[in-house]
Design a protein around this ligand. Structure first.
Ligand code: PMP
Ligand code: GLN
Length: 386
């Protein structure tokens, strides 16, 4: 039989799927794959159910239903002071994943260089490479994940087409500082590049800090794509509703990819997400504060069990150093061992690095779970290592 595409053939099954399957097989508490264990806001689900019955279920407009596009524009104004024309500067996609795919397909020409920060979310590299891009990786390391300014500067060159920024950063739990964003913006502008910003965790930031979208920095409005996801903002990961904001000339190009990818996204879900984005400030504030309390809870539990937790300024992931437990094997071995023997699943952080000498002493715990489950997981780990 002939071979399929060689780039995708290089990749195995994603680490999330592998660890979730192992967790099911061993009946362990799954703090690996990132998803909340509640069912999302009841009022948002109700709008989806009603819209399913009462509104049309045929193809909605290719760019998204007007209510949701208007809500995306209003959300940008409310939280970041952005003036967005919903008709020319917003588009709805099937998850942030489709937004990312559409950006890569539409903006990258074969041979273009794409700057990314590692650790990186699993779909970035295969999709960039499949689109013909050449990744230029900037390595961030635990526990502080600071951006090395020299390496950043050196990564840019005449072939730089775009920078991909995930802020807050999964799996690191890092928020890029305003200084880091300013340095990045200056380089993007100097090299006449695009910025694609995966901001799916924009409303999960902690310790009274604000999320600063790169698109709001001087000179960036016309060259930045900002991507959000209802999966994270409304704890509805199965819905796969994403949305993007970008200046009209860029968005037009990206829409050409979207129209041939999924074309549209289920209309009732779009209407419900429009309702969600218009919820009052208290909803968004409580999302952050609830997650922050969970971060503190798992951090304390893991410390008590002997781990050394890293900084976590946003996202619903906390990384922890396994060396303080006296474990000197790899993070991959550690994650399978705790799944099979301690009854708790995490994911190895090395899976988020492309380079071979990735740190192998950190594991990622997802804490968007009921408090009781987090406590049980910490107790199991303490009993196992204690
Ligand atoms: N980007 C990041 C950084 C993520 O963690 C996720 C996770 N689920 C996605 C994109 C995908 O979002 P969606 O489910 O909306 O496609
Ligand atoms: N974003 C989730 C994570 O980082 C997983 C999404 C997926 O399984 N594709 O764990």
């Amino acid at each position: 039989m002939k071979q399929g595409n060689s780039i995708l053939a290089e990749y195995g099954v994603t680490v999330f799927e592998v660890m979730s399957r192992l967790a099911i097989e061993h009946g362990s508490i799954n703090l690996g794959q990132g998803f909340p264990d509640d069912n999302g806001p009841a009022d948002v689900r109700k709008v989806a159910a009603e819209a399913l019955e009462d509104q049309p279920n045929q193809y909605p407009p290719m760019m998204g239903v007007p209510e949701l596009r208007q809500a995306v524009a209003a959300h940008g104004k409310r939280f970041y002071g952005l003036d967005v024309d919903w008709q020319t500067e917003t588009m709805v996609t099937s998850g942030a994943t489709e937004s990312l795919a559409a950006c890569f397909l539409a903006l990258i020409e074969p041979g273009d260089e794409v700057i990314c920060f590692e650790p990186l979310y699993d779909c970035y590299l295969p999709m960039i490479r499949r689109a013909g891009g050449i990744p230029k990786l900037i390595r961030l390391s635990p526990p502080d994940w600071a951006v090395p300014a020299d390496a950043l500067q050196a990564a840019f060159g005449p072939k730089t087409k775009l920078v991909l920024l995930n802020n807050p950063l999964n799996p690191a739990g890092k928020r890029f500082s305003r200084e880091e964003l300013t340095t990045l913006a200056d380089l993007v502008i100097a090299h006449d590049a695009f910025a694609v910003c995966d901001e799916v965790y924009e409303h999960i930031v902690f310790d009274e800090q604000d999320h600063v979208p790169l698109i709001t920095l001087p000179g960036m409005r016309a060259r930045t794509v900002k991507i959000g996801s209802a999966g994270k903002t409304f704890s509805l990961t199965g819905w796969k509703v994403g949305y993007m904001t970008a200046a009209a000339p860029i968005l037009q190009r990206i829409a050409k990819a979207h129209q041939f990818l999924t074309f549209t996204t289920p209309p009732n879900l779009q209407r419900a997400v429009a309702f969600g984005l218009m919820k009052d400030d208290a909803y968004f504030a409580s999302l952050s504060s609830d997650m922050q309390a969970k971060r503190d809870r798992i951090r304390d539990g893991l410390s008590d069990a002997g781990f050394t937790p890293a900084l976590c300024e946003g996202t619903y992931f906390l990384n922890a150093d396994i060396r303080s437990l006296g474990f000197d094997g790899s993070d991959v071995d550690f994650c399978s061992q705790i799944t099979t023997e301690a009854g708790v699943t995490a994911v190895p952080v090395s899976a988020f690095y492309a380079s071979p000498d990735a740190p192998d002493n950190f594991v990622r715990f997802c804490f968007s779970k009921q408090d009781g489950l987090l406590d049980d997981a910490a107790a199991k780990l303490k009993a196992y290592f204690g």
